[in-house]
Design a protein around this ligand. Structure first.
Ligand code: NAP
Length: 279
């Protein structure tokens, strides 16, 4: 979010910060944070953290001195404001509608998902390297799901010399996996097909890695969950099989915060320009 603020400032937007504490690296390039009560009522446009809701149900503001509830945040914004954020709970969406606040869910923008897949795939490779006692070169790896993150990850694993099996549910995606040079397997028929894998990455946000599949993995196999919570891995079955599951949410912001901020900035600037053109 700090890198995003810096990018927007460079683009000429008059940025003010609240509920966000600049790091030492960026402090001299960003405005000093102000209290939400000062900033929000005077803001026509607000960008909230992406993802927006923390594990505690509050606005995700890990660097802020005080927690801020989403309800409070939206009640401080003026009527008719524009909010750019991640996915919001239905009750907050309804509260925003009632106050005629326009909400744009940036995570629903396909161009951002495509850009985020780059850092997600790199971060997933880095995690696998950290966890494995062998190289990815010559390792058998599986990627469940062949969407934006899945396909980006397969290409990077293959570039490092891994043997890649990828799964999908649609015939055209299975054909694409084959055309891209990987071993294709329908997601519903993975049982028994991954027994020689050293690492399995899940990108499907639905319960696909079932007990039946997990029981047939080799004992040292590492599972990396990339899909949004609750993910696609049966945790109880994985624990019962003695398998290690690594949760890897929010990789772009963690492994490449500057790039993640720059990508958000690109998407937000395009959005704001589109809105200006249409008004
Ligand atoms: P995507 O392009 O939509 O790909 C999702 C894949 O899962 C597609 O192959 C899709 O198949 C498949 N799929 C969805 N529901 C399924 C089901 N019920 N059964 C079988 N296959 C199913 O999404 P993405 O951008 O790659 O993101 C994948 C997940 O990672 C999402 O949950 C996203 O929120 C998360 N994510 C995580 C990070 C991180 O840092 N960990 C970063 C970015 C995204 P179809 O095409 O047939 O629907």
């Amino acid at each position: 979010m700090l890198w995003l603020a810096l990018g927007l400032l460079r683009e000429g937007y008059p940025i003010r910060l609240t509920a966000l504490q600049p790091t030492a690296e960026l402090a001299d390039r960003l405005p000093y944070p102000e209290p939400p009560e000062t900033v929000l009522p005077q803001s026509k446009t607000a960008v909230l953290a992406v993802p927006t809701v923390g594990a505690d149900g509050l606005l995700r503001t890990p660097t802020a001195p005080e927690p801020l509830s989403l309800q409070r945040c939206f009640s401080l914004l003026p009527q008719g404001a524009l909010v750019l954020c991640g996915t919001l709970p239905a009750e907050i969406r309804a509260f925003a509608d009632a106050r005629q606040i326009t909400v744009i869910d940036l995570l629903q923008r396909p161009e951002l998902a495509e850009l985020n897949a780059i850092a997600t795939a790199e971060g997933a490779v880095a995690l696998a390297m950290e966890q494995m006692s062998a190289t990815l070169f010559d390792a058998n790896c599986a990627v469940v799901g062949y969407g934006r993150c899945g396909s980006a990850l397969c290409r990077r694993l293959a570039a490092l010399g891994a043997h890649v099996t990828a799964s999908a549910r649609r015939p055209e995606q299975l054909a694409r996996i084959y055309a891209d040079g990987f071993t294709a397997c329908p997601t519903a028929r993975l049982s028994g097909k991954l027994s020689d894998c050293e690492v399995v990455f899940n990108t499907v946000p639905a319960p696909v890695l079932t007990a039946e599949i997990l029981q047939r993995l080799s004992p040292g196999c590492i599972l990396i969950e990339l899909a949004s919570a609750p993910g696609g891995i049966d945790r109880l079955a994985a624990a019962a099989a003695g398998l290690t599951v690594i949760d890897a949410p929010g990789l772009p912001g963690k492994v490449a915060p500057r790039t993640a901020g720059e990508h958000l900035q690109r998407v937000i600037c395009d959005l704001l320009e589109e809105r200006e053109d249409s008004h």
